[in-house]
Write a protein that binds this ligand. Sequence first.
Ligand code: HAS
Ligand code: CU
Length: 559
Amino acid sequence: MAYVDDYPDASKLVRACFGVSFVALGLGGFFGLIQALHRTNVFRGFVSSADYYTVLTGHGVLLVLVFTTFFIAGLFTWATTHSLERDVPSLTLGWTWFAMMLVGTALAATAILAGFVPSIDMSADVLFTFYAPLQAHPIFYIGAALIIVGSWIAGYTYFKNLWGWRQDNPGERIPLRTFMVVTTMLMWYISTIGVAIEVVVFLIPWSLGLISQVDPLITRTLFWYFGHPVVYFWLMPAYLVWYTVLPKLSGGRLFSDPLARVVFVLFLLLSTPVGFHHQYLDPGIPEGFKFIAMTNTMFLLLPSLLTAFTVVASMEHGARQNGGTGRFGWLGSLPWDNPAFSGSALAGLMFAAGGFSGMINAGMNINYLIHNTLWVPGHFHLTVGTAFALTAMAISYWLVPQITGKRLQFRGLALVQPYLWFFGMTLMSNAMHRAGLAGVPRRTAEPQYGSVDFSGVVGGMTEMRIQIAIGGTLLFVSLLLFLVVMAGTWMAERGRGQLTVNGVIPPALSGPEHSPRIIDNYRVWVAIAIGLIIIAYGPPMFDLVADGLLEPGSPAFPA
Ligand code: HAS
Ligand code: CU
């Protein structure tokens, strides 16, 4: 059974989504290389320091908004159609959301890239967190809005497919992959309301000059209301892969389907009422509400800790099926020479470290030490930059043959690629964390920060800078290897019976029948999620809006 032949419409959409996401990955990754070399003072010839912020915005937007959203839209299209065994409900609707997201990307990218051309009066050097007072050209915000609305419509098609399936299969439990997609999308709908209000009510009218000032704190708060759940919008697809494909690639089966469902429900409940942990240092938000956000964040560690247990247990099951023995000896029986496996497993391993730096970020008092330092990029390159990105690349080695019907090309390169990423990221992220602890700020083009003297730093700044530069370069090389493998596979001939990938996912050891039916009842979980959001955000948001309407806001920066 070949996916490409059985689900031809879905295959077209997945191919289109992956294609755009890989282009964004290549360009965004190149910007990353420029940054790594520029701010470490190793090579500053690509751009001027003034243009550094254009590069930084391009890097952030292309990677965390475009690469992720397109890849996830494709992955979810595959996951729903494959697990429900139904092709997409409507190809026309499919192309509609795809086109909206593509036009949105083109608009946002035009605004950003125009920043390199002084003669064009257009720029969007606002970084991927785009809140006021930094102001972009209106087409940047319109583009971002289109990407989000497109993703909403994509979500609708996943639901529509599920509704159709339910009519044909009354009383059956929702297949796990579709359950994961649907919970993720429900969280996405709840959280994107914040950024949609920010963009439509405040930023677009402000950038068009219809209103002269906005309250930066309101736009920051609306952004972070969305800005934390968005990180789980990246993580949950990686978890989908770790829960469903990784056990199979390990040679075994998922340990517990009910536990996986509980994890996704916990994310739906707790992802949003934690956004203030990005604003511990913002004045104007009562400490008590920051404390509530911290407490919720600590509860939110639970689903990831459960995941670590379940996924590793499933890998162990696979390894033992392959003949692995001993307390740790089974690790050697895993298929480390299969890049789809090694990439996903290394991404998981690295996420364990990223999770720990996240716990540190989340502590209100320790956050004061690391906020706005290079520690934070160190953290998110382990999470979105590895847990998500490396899993996405790894699983492409398994999925792209299925959506194209072609055999994976340049297997040797694919084999090295995840290890190179892991090694490069170890160097770069570790040095970033350490530099952050020493006080080196994030979001600056300069290796030196004002007159601050970092020479007394343990280990020395030069050594850290070199590690960042070498690490960043290795990451870029790894990215090129991935793109070469993908391009080669895409362009290969499609021959008879060539597909060697077996896309069938075996059922879990403990199946959905072991969990109560209420787990599949979204209405209950959405209602609780909204209740928690009202407790966490209601009073401070009310205060902010009341104040914001009375007090003058900020004009655009730079004016
Ligand atoms: Fe974070 C800042 C707290 C997870 C992304 N985070 C950021 C930013 C980004 C980001 C992009 O509380 C910067 C935003 C900006 O530009 O300002 N983060 C957390 C916490 C978690 C966390 C508590 N972050 C993520 C994930 C991200 C992400 C996931 C993207 C995908 N983060 C923060 C805070 C800040 C922050 C503060 C603000 C900092 C500041 O001051 O600006 C938790 O969800 C982490 C839980 C994870 C674990 C690890 C479990 C381990 C697992 C591995 C299993 C192993 C396997 C493999 C499968 C507890 C699941 C085994 C392999 C073998 C071979 C055996
Ligand atoms: Cu967060």
